[in-house]
Design a protein around this ligand. Structure first.
Ligand code: DOR
Ligand code: ZN
Length: 443
C-alpha cells in the first residue's frame, strides 16, 4: 500500500477550509477527517493553501529526442510539476519528429520513467512536419502512447486538402487536430507582430490576418467534416471573433491562449531582447484585452503554456537569428493568477487550466479532482471523494521574483526574469504521490 497524505486546512477551489485524505491514488476522504480515518497518513499543513485539480498543459515542447541540451523529458517534467501540472502534452517537433509509433512510444516511456507528470505525446500530422504526406496517425493512435491529439506545431498544416484528410482520419477515433494557424505565405521573414511598433523598428511583420485566415478556413473544414479542431495559441482579437462565430454555429472547435499572450505586448520588442521573440508574436494591448475577455466568456477554452525552451546560443544572439519561443511551465499559474484571478475566480482557473485541457486531450484521470460533475452526484464538500488524486496546492498570497537561474528547466529563456509574481505552487500530487512538496521537487 502506498503512503497516505492528510492535507490539513486546505481551501478546495478557494472555498472554506477542509481536510483532504489522499490514499491509494485517490482522494479517499474530504471534510473533517478524524484520526482513525487518517491513520498512518503523513500530515501536510495546508492552512490557507488553495487546492486545484492538477494542471494539464496542452502545449509543451520537451525537446527530447534531439535537443536534450535545451530540455529533456525529465527536466521538462520537473518544471511542469513545480508549476502545478500533473499532465503535459508533448509537442511533436522533436528530432526525429514524433511522426511514428516508435517515437511517440519513446517519449511516453521517458515520461513514465521520470514519473513527475503524465507525459502524453502529441503525434505529427504530416511526415517530418513537411506538410506533404499524412503521418501514420492510426499507428500512433493504436500505439502504447494512445495518441489522440495530432499537431505539426511550429508549422501550419497549410494544404487544405491534407488538413481535410487529417480531420477525416481522426474523426473515426474522436481524435483532434491541433493547428498552429499561420499562413506561411503571409509570414515569410516575419520577425514580430505587424503594426506600429514593427514599422518603427523596421522589422518585417507577422500580420494578424495570417492567423485569422487559417482559423477561418479550418473551422469551415471542421464543420464540413464534422471533426474536432483545436486552435493552438490564439493571439489576435480577430481570431477571437471567428471562434465566437464558429462556436455559436455549433462547430466542434476548441482553442487555447498562452500566459504570455495574456500579459505581454509587442512593445517589448523595442529593446530588441530576443527573449520576447515568439511565434505567434506578442500582439497589441487591444488583442490582449480581447483574449482575456474570450477566456472569461469561454470562447477560448484553455490556457496552454507553449513552453518552448531554447539553448543559450539560440536566444542570446541578434533578434533576427534568435529562435522563437519562451519558457512557460514554471510561471503559467502565477501569470494567470496575477492577470485573471479577479475575473475567473479559482473555479474558472481550474476549468481553463485543468478540466478543459484534460477533456480536449482526452486525459480521463486528470481534471477530475473537485469537478462539478462529482459535486452534483455526491453533493457539497465531499464532492472530490473518489477522484484520482491529481492535484496541486497553491499559496495564493505568496510573492516571488522570477530568477532564471533557479528554474528547473534546462533553458533560461523566461520573459519574466526579475518580475514579481503573485501565487506560488507549494505541492503537487500525481496519483496521490507528491512530486512537489514545500515548493521543491521530490525527485
Ligand atoms: O514560439 C514558438 N516556439 N512557436 C512555435 O510554434 C514553436 C515553438 C518552438 O518549438 O520553439
Ligand atoms: Zn505553435
Amino acid at each position: 500500500m502506498s503512503k497516505a497524505y492528510l492535507l490539513k486546512g486546505v481551501r478546495v477551489l478557494g472555498g472554506p477550509a477542509a481536510d483532504l485524505l489522499l490514499r491509494d491514488g485517490i482522494i479517499a476522504a474530504v471534510g473533517r477527517i478524524g484520526a482513525a480515518t487518517a491513520k498512518g497518513a503523513e500530515v501536510v499543513d495546508a492552512d490557507g493553501l488553495v487546492a486545484l485539480p492538477g494542471l494539464v498543459d496542452l502545449h509543451t515542447h520537451l525537446r527530447e529526442p534531439g535537443r536534450e541540451d535545451a530540455e529533456t523529458v525529465e527536466s521538462g517534467s520537473r518544471a511542469a510539476a513545480l508549476g502545478g501540472y500533473t499532465a503535459v502534452c508533448a509537442m511533436a517537433n522533436t528530432s526525429p519528429v514524433a511522426d511514428t509509433a516508435g517515437v511517440v512510444e519513446q517519449v511516453f516511456r521517458l515520461g513514465r520513467e521520470a514519473g513527475l507528470v503524465d507525459v502524453q505525446p502529441v503525434g505529427a500530422v504530416t511526415v517530418g512536419l513537411g506538410g506533404q504526406r499524412l503521418a501514420e496517425l492510426g499507428a500512433m493512435a493504436e500505439s502504447a502512447a494512445g495518441v489522440r491529439m495530432f499537431s505539426d506545431d511550429g508549422h501550419c498544416v497549410h494544404d487544405p486538402r491534407l488538413m481535410r484528410r487529417a480531420l477525416e482520419y481522426v474523426k473515426a477515433f474522436d481524435g483532434v487536430i491541433a493547428q498552429h494557424a499561420e499562413e506561411p505565405r503571409l509570414t515569410q521573414d516575419a520577425q514580430m507582430h505587424e503594426g506600429v511598433v514593427s514599422a518603427e523598428l523596421g522589422l518585417p511583420g507577422w500580420p494578424a490576418v495570417a492567423e485569422e485566415a487559417i482559423i477561418a478556413r479550418d473551422v469551415l473544414l471542421a464543420e464540413h467534416v464534422g471533426a474536432r479542431l483545436h486552435v493552438c495559441h490564439v493571439s489576435t482579437a480577430g481570431s477571437v471573433e471567428i471562434l465566437r462565430w464558429a462556436k455559436r454555429r455549433g462547430i466542434r472547435v476548441t482553442a487555447e491562449v498562452t500566459p504570455h499572450h495574456l500579459l505581454l505586448t509587442d512593445e517589448r520588442a523595442r529593446g530588441y531582447d530576443p527573449v520576447f521573440k515568439v511565434n505567434p508574436p506578442l500582439r497589441t494591448q487591444s488583442d490582449v484585452d480581447a483574449l482575456r475577455e474570450a477566456l472569461v466568456d469561454g470562447t477560448i477554452d484553455a490556457v496552454a503554456t507553449d513552453h518552448a525552451p531554447h539553448a543559450l546560443q539560440d536566444k542570446e544572439c541578434e533578434w533576427a537569428y534568435a529562435k522563437p519561443g519562451m519558457l512557460g511551465l514554471e510561471t503559467a499559474l502565477s501569470i494567470v493568477i496575477t492577470t485573471m484571478l479577479d475575473s475567473l475566480g479559482w473555479d474558472g482557473i481550474a476549468e481553463r487550466m485543468s478540466r478543459a485541457p484534460a477533456r480536449i486531450a482526452g486525459l480521463r484521470s486528470h481534471g477530475q479532482a473537485f469537478a462539478p460533475s462529482h459535486a452534483q452526484v455526491r453533493g457539497g464538500a465531499s464532492s472530490a471523494k473518489g477522484a484520482p488524486a491529481n492535484l496541486t496546492l497553491v499559496d495564493p498570497q505568496a510573492k516571488w521574483t522570477v530568477d532564471p537561474s533557479r528554474l528547473a528547466s534546462r533553458s533560461r529563456n523566461t520573459p519574466y526574469a526579475g518580475m514579481e509574481l503573485t501565487g506560488r505552487v507549494v505541492a503537487t500530487f500525481l496519483r496521490g504521490v507528491p512530486t512537489v512538496l514545500d515548493g521543491k521537487a521530490t525527485r
